[in-house]
Design a protein around this ligand. Structure first.
Ligand code: NAD
Ligand code: TYD
Length: 372
């Protein structure tokens, strides 16, 4: 079989990467999709079980910081597109171990850019694209100017917790080592466009939720804890606000932008769906209790307020109007529907949750691919 083109997806064994890989493998049988992943604690090939035998899919265990390896993979497979998701992604880990975040998120991105440039530049970048997936956290934090929340604000063009949003031109002001490393990688991608003429695109997305998210992040961690009736550690007073997007909607946006986005451009991706943590947690408990057949309110006492995260950003809110107006993308799911789907998925896939929380999947990889 000959393919129209070969695309690398980095971090395809992670949460968002697995959804993007699944979408591309199934939707584009004419593309050869190579998933490059180092299989850190966050990478899990079980996330891709349903596509691993497809003829247009190939997995290569590699570190994006390994210049020799990455150069070889790009040239020997005649790669013309890179969708870059591989990263260290958890803010709490970045506070404990910032070096790993600088290495993977900054040096890994630079390694990919330089390797792609070496192969693409002599061909004049014809038909090539480097797509960098980033986060809204690079913009810093917004104020909570309406602490009680005003649901009617949406109809007036504002957010329920404040009238301002992050737009594509908001100044970068990252606070955590995670967002600082992502911001730095975004700058390198734009520098490769401006300096070498590489066809790049950058997107900054809000918090994702859905199946296959590693249970260190709020939603899967809390669903798992509710299942085991374990405490739900709410940082501070639970007043921080996040803007939540269902992961498959993010994957659809990536598809649209990879194919139709303008070279050198930036697009914000978000759901206009802001929730105060504590309110979201109450919805999670109510939904999980209903699905588990427990009486309403049975698990409310699991809520445990703990010491706040250091430098905890108060509010994120993305304005994705540009993406809607220019490329016609909109989120497809209402939040209540997405949360119901998500809670049911984790409770229906307890084997997946158990293997991830016990670390069993890591032993399996070590046997197959060697230890990291
Ligand atoms: P994740 O932590 O679930 O997955 C990251 C993947 O990258 C894992 O499979 C891991 O094995 C792989 N990886 C890590 N270091 C690597 C290396 N050196 N070489 C090769 N592979 C490596 O992350 P996620 O939540 O799916 O996020 C994916 C991307 O989307 C990240 O770039 C993140 O910054 C961005 N993002 C995430 C969110 C979110 O809510 N999760 C929101 C906006 C943007
Ligand atoms: P998280 O899922 O870590 O995403 P991010 O930090 O990238 O937004 O956290 C979402 C929100 O939930 C954030 O405000 C921190 C808070 N949080 C808790 O209150 N308790 C927890 O155990 C975790 C993991 C997060």
């Amino acid at each position: 079989m000959t393919y129209d083109r070969t695309i690398i997806i980095t971090g395809g064994a992670g949460f968002i990467g697995s959804h993007v890989t699944r979408l591309f493998v199934n939707k584009y049988p004419n593309y050869r999709i190579i998933n490059i992943d180092k299989l850190t604690y966050a990478g899990n090939l079980a996330n891709l079980k349903d596509v691993e035998d497809k003829p247009n899919y190939k997995f290569i265990k590699a570190d994006i910081c390994d210049y020799e390896d990455i150069r070889k993979i790009i040239s020997s497979n005649d790669v013309s597109g890179i969708i870059h998701l591989a990263a260290e992604s958890h803010v709490d880990r970045s506070i404990v171990d910032p070096f790993t975040f600088a290495r993977t998120n900054v040096m890994g991105t630079l390694t990919l850019l330089q390797s792609a440039r070496e192969y693409w530049e002599p061909k004049g970048y014809e038909g090539c694209r480097f797509y960098h997936i980033s986060t809204d956290e690079v913009y810093g934090a917004l104020e909570l100017t309406k602490p009680e929340g005003d649901p009617s604000a949406k109809e007036c063009g504002g957010g329920p917790f404040g009238d301002d949003f992050f737009t594509e031109t908001t100044r970068y002001q990252p606070h955590s080592p995670y967002s600082a490393a992502k911001a730095s990688s975004d700058h390198f991608v734009r520098a490769y466009h401006d300096t070498y003429g590489m066809p790049t695109v950058v997107t900054n997305c809000s918090n994702n939720y859905g199946p296959y998210q590693f249970p260190e992040k709020l939603i899967p961690l809390f669903i798992n804890n509710i299942r085991h009736r374990k405490p739900l550690p709410v940082y501070g007073k639970g007043e921080n606000v996040r803007d939540w997007l269902y992961v498959e909607d993010h994957a659809r946006a990536i598809d649209v932008i990879f194919h139709q986005g303008k070279d050198g451009d930036t697009y914000n991706i978000g759901g206009f769906n802001e929730w105060k943590n504590i309110d979201l947690i109450k919805v999670l408990i109510r939904t999980a209790d209903r699905v588990l057949g427990r009486p309403e309110g049975a698990d409310d006492d699991l809520i445990t307020f703990v010491t706040d995260r250091k430098g905890h950003d108060m509010r994120y809110a993305i304005d994705s109007t540009k993406l809607r107006d220019e490329l016609g993308w909109e989120p497809s799911l209402q939040f209540e529907e997405g949360i119901e789907k998500t809670v049911r998925w984790y409770l229906d896939n307890q084997e997946w949750l158990d293997s991830v929380t016990s670390g069993d999947y890591l032993k399996y990889y070590e046997k197959m691919y060697g230890a990291n």
